[in-house]
Structure formats: structure tokens, C-alpha cells
Design a protein around this ligand. Structure first.
Ligand code: JCH
Length: 228
């Protein structure tokens, strides 16, 4: 999979070099290329924003640099890319979204700043590929970069071969939409806090049953919205 990121803060993505995905990049499973939107400007001040038509607070990202950036990145693609814009006004990003995108050849992620991007950019992008406006959750970030990083990590670890232990992905996908069960490791007693006896019993059936009960109980108390 190839991911192209367009941003006015390319340095934001330096951390990808040292994360889980750094190794996947070295092995050629996942390529992430970061592009500075200002490279697609032609004025002396490399301007990417302007005042909003109709008035209002803040600034809006100009369409012209976005048009040139998208042209350049979509042109080098053999198949139409999925073009993602993180947005507080987008559809919710979920594990299902990550799964769907992990099977795609080419993602382009456009990171807005200020109050967002001129709406015509989304219409233009739709002539180059499938456009998705996607929100991480119902809170407001200062721009698309943090959301893009989260999406790259969630999608990247599902690309076949990226995560070291495929069994952990299988276990996740079998969780039936419930929260995970609690995990413990050695020592069995720590600062007066003990690991539940059932986990030390060696009874695989009872362990599985206990973990499922824990999943149901946690989901009931923390995320009742996930239950039918
Ligand atoms: C973004 C902004 C609109 C501030 C600019 C681009 C995504 N889940 C999620 N939360 N926030 C974002 C996000 C994504 C891209 C951009 N901003 C800042 C945008 C605002 O109100 C109109 C205020 C935020």
C-alpha cells in the first residue's frame, strides 16, 4: 500500500520512522510519502489560506494549491486513489473503515488547517478518485494531522504482513464488537493486588468463559451503545 499525505506541517509525520510502521516501511509493505502543500504555491509568501466568502471568523484553505497537489499525486497512481480528508464534519472512522482501506492500493490523505478547506476541493477530488471526509470522533482538533496519524496507524497494522503476530489480529476480529477482556502478566501478586485465580488455574474452558463475562460486563458499564 502507498499513502501520500499532504500537509503544511510535514515534520509532524517524522514519528512514523520510529513506530511500528517504520519496520513495515523498511520491508516495503507500506510506503508513506509526505508532501508540503506550500510546494504547490507560486506566490512569494507561499500562501495557502484566505478570508472566508460570506464573512466569519478565521481563515479557509485556498483551492489552487490543493488542486495542483492532488493532480500531481493522482497522476502517478495506476488506479484511482481513495482520497481522505480528516474533518470534524465527516463520517465516523471505525475499525470497519480501517479494514476496508487496508485492502486498497493507494490512499491520499489531505490535512486541512485553519477553519478547513474550500468546499470545491472535495468536488474536484471526486473527479480523481473516491473521496471520504472522515472524523476521528466528536471533538475538535486544530487540523487534520493528528487524525491522519491515527488513521495511518489503524490502517497500516491491518495491511497483510505488517503486524508481527497475525493471531492477535484474528483474536481482535473475533471480539464480536465487545470491549477487550482485562490482561495480566507476572508477578501473580503485586503491591497487594492479585491476578484473578481463574487465570492461574490452567482451565482453558473456564478462562475463556471468564474472559467473555468480563467483556460483556465492561461493555455494559463503559460502552452500552455497542450492545444490541
Ligand atoms: C480540522 C477546525 C473546523 C476547527 C481544520 C482542518 C477531525 N475528528 C476531528 N476533529 N477535528 C478534526 C479536524 C480535521 C481537519 C481539520 N480543523 C480545525 C475545523 C472548525 O469549525 C468549523 C474548527 C479539524
Amino acid at each position: 500500500m502507498r499513502v501520500d499525505v499532504v500537509t503544511i506541517f510535514p515534520g509532524f509525520f517524522d514519528v512514523l520512522e520510529v513506530s511500528l510502521l517504520g519496520r513495515a516501511r523498511e520491508r516495503g509493505l507500506l510506503e508513506v510519502h509526505v508532501h508540503d502543500l506550500r510546494e504547490f504555491t507560486s506566490d512569494r509568501h507561499r500562501t495557502v489560506d484566505d478570508t472566508p466568502y460570506g464573512g466569519g471568523a478565521g481563515m479557509v484553505m485556498k483551492p489552487e494549491p490543493w488542486g495542483l497537489a492532488l493532480d500531481a499525486l493522482a497522476a502517478q497512481a495506476p488506479t484511482p486513489p481513495t482520497i481522505v480528508f480528516p474533518s470534524p464534519a465527516g463520517e465516523l472512522f471505525s475499525q470497519a473503515t480501517a479494514q476496508e482501506w487496508s485492502e486498497r492500493e493507494h490512499l491520499i490523505i489531505g490535512c486541512g488547517r485553519y477553519e478547513g478547506i474550500d468546499e470545491r476541493v472535495f468536488a474536484y477530488a471526486a473527479t480523481l478518485g473516491e473521496v471520504r471526509l472522515v472524523s476521528l470522533g466528536d471533538y475538535v482538533l486544530n487540523g487534520g494531522e493528528v487524525a491522519a496519524m491515527a488513521m495511518i496507524e489503524a490502517v497500516g497494522r491491518l495491511v497483510p504482513g505488517v503486524v508481527g503476530n497475525p493471531a492477535s489480529l484474528v483474536e481482535e476480529s473475533h471480539s464480536d464488537g465487545l470491549l477487550e477482556y482485562p490482561s495480566y502478566t507476572k508477578p501473580a501478586s503485586w503491591r497487594g493486588l492479585d491476578v484473578p485465580d481463574v487465570l492461574l488455574s490452567g482451565h482453558h474452558g473456564r478462562v475463556a468463559e471468564w474472559r467473555h463475562e468480563q467483556q460483556l460486563e465492561r461493555t455494559r458499564t463503559r460502552r452500552p451503545d455497542l450492545l444490541p
